[in-house]
Design a protein around this ligand. Structure first.
Ligand SMILES: NC(=O)c1ccc[n+]([C@@H]2O[C@H](COP(=O)([O-])OP(=O)(O)OC[C@H]3O[C@@H](n4cnc5c(N)ncnc54)[C@H](O)[C@@H]3O)[C@@H](O)[C@H]2O)c1
Length: 334
């Protein structure tokens, strides 16, 4: 297959390497020409200095080259750049191409998922050109995928055939791919688990041990599921790899930038200082305001996300966040 990756961040590069090693013809595009110059010159990504990228991988800063003659375009930029990337690519999209979003977020202005943002930005083009839009999500840290460590992922699309087509492309000895037609549920899980991971990091930063973290992950999943079911998503999605799987890895892994940002906040850094120190986009912070609005619009309570919101945006301390969660009125387990 001829595949382009739009975005040369850590996830885009890990997927590019994996697909190239699987024998696909892969080109990486970035909106940042310096990044492309550097990749062309060194075949090394600055975040993975010890990993030599395959010689067959090509790089371009020209969006037309990236879109022309490609079967699949993987949109791998952080969520705030999804709309602008779709807009940049739109004039060069070709009949029957498949666009796959691997970003995890919710657009603040519209509350759209990432594939909804792409669809919205492309408008009539989707029908005119017979484009298909899918999402890939799951417990998949780039740091492990780039080292060919066994990983699983969900290929999600309302159109099952497209989900299976993507499954076929990504499947290899290190990547096991499942399919799900509940794309909204899959994308909601990917966006919201990052906020729970911030809370998990705060608990680690406060040295609160493992009991409360197990509670956080369990109750975090209940909270995400409650909202998702209200929005019409399939309950089973939340217990699968995109839900429980991704929540576990994001709340516990040293590779999770949301978890790491949370640790710094728990140790007393401001959210701004923590984001700066992590040095890459912290999608959990971007997702808080949209999640709070979804809670308001649906009437679904999101206690953990509200508590994180109070630390990030309302000046509450990390200890206040824990008190807020522990002192809530009595509840029954659901
Ligand atoms: N890193 C992972 O392990 C991982 C795994 C699964 C999903 N994701 C998701 O994939 C998305 C990308 O994550 P990442 O880790 O690659 O992020 P990243 O911070 O490494 O990506 C930065 C890249 O974004 C691109 N970029 C920067 N400014 C841009 C602009 N103005 N316009 C267009 N592109 C621009 C550049 O190519 C830059 O290298 C996120 O939504 C993330 O949640 C990441």
């Amino acid at each position: 297959m001829k595949i382009s990756i739009l975005g040369a961040g850590t996830w885009g590069i890990a997927l590019a390497k994996m697909l190239c090693v699987s024998g696909h013809d892969v080109t990486v595009w970035s909106a940042l020409p310096n990044e492309i110059d550097n990749l062309n010159a060194t075949h090394i990504h600055p975040i993975f200095p010890d990993i030599k990228l395959p010689d067959e991988l090509s790089y371009t800063a020209d969006i037309e080259t990236a879109c022309k003659g490609r079967n699949v375009l993987i949109v791998a930029v952080p969520s705030p750049f999804i709309r602008s990337t779709a807009k940049t690519a739109a004039p060069y999209l070709e009949q029957g191409q498949i666009l796959v979003s691997v970003a995890k977020g919710i657009e603040e202005a519209t509350l759209f998922s990432m594939t909804e943002v792409i669809e919205d930005e492309l408008g009539d083009l989707v029908k005119e050109k017979g484009l298909k839009i899918a999402a890939l999500s799951g417990p998949t840290h780039a740091e492990e995928v780039i080292r060919s460590i066994p990983t699983t992922i969900i290929s999600a699309c309302q159109d099952e055939k497209t989900a299976m087509f993507i499954q076929e492309i990504f499947m290899n000895t290190c990547m096991r791919v499942y399919t799900n037609t509940d794309i909204k549920g899959v994308e909601l899980c990917g966006a919201l688990k990052n906020i729970i991971a911030l809370a998990s990091g705060v608990l680690s930063g406060l040295d609160l041990g493992d009991n409360i973290k197990a509670a956080l992950i369990t109750r975090g999943l209940a909270e995400i599921k409650r909202l998702g079911v209200k929005l019409g998503c399939c309950e089973q999605t939340f217990y699968g790899l995109a839900g429980m799987g991704d929540l576990i890895v994001t709340c516990l892994s040293v590779h999770s930038r949301n978890y790491n940002a949370g640790i710094l906040i728990g140790r007393g850094k401001t959210p701004q200082e923590a984001t700066k120190e992590v040095g890459m986009v912290v999608e959990g912070i971007n997702a808080i305001k949209p999640a709070m609005r979804l809670s308001k619009e649906t009437g679904v309570e999101l206690p953990i996300i509200s508590a994180v919101n109070s630390v990030i945006y309302e000046g509450a301390s990390p200890a206040d966040m824990v008190d807020q969660l522990m002192q809530r009125s009595k509840r029954s387990e659901i």
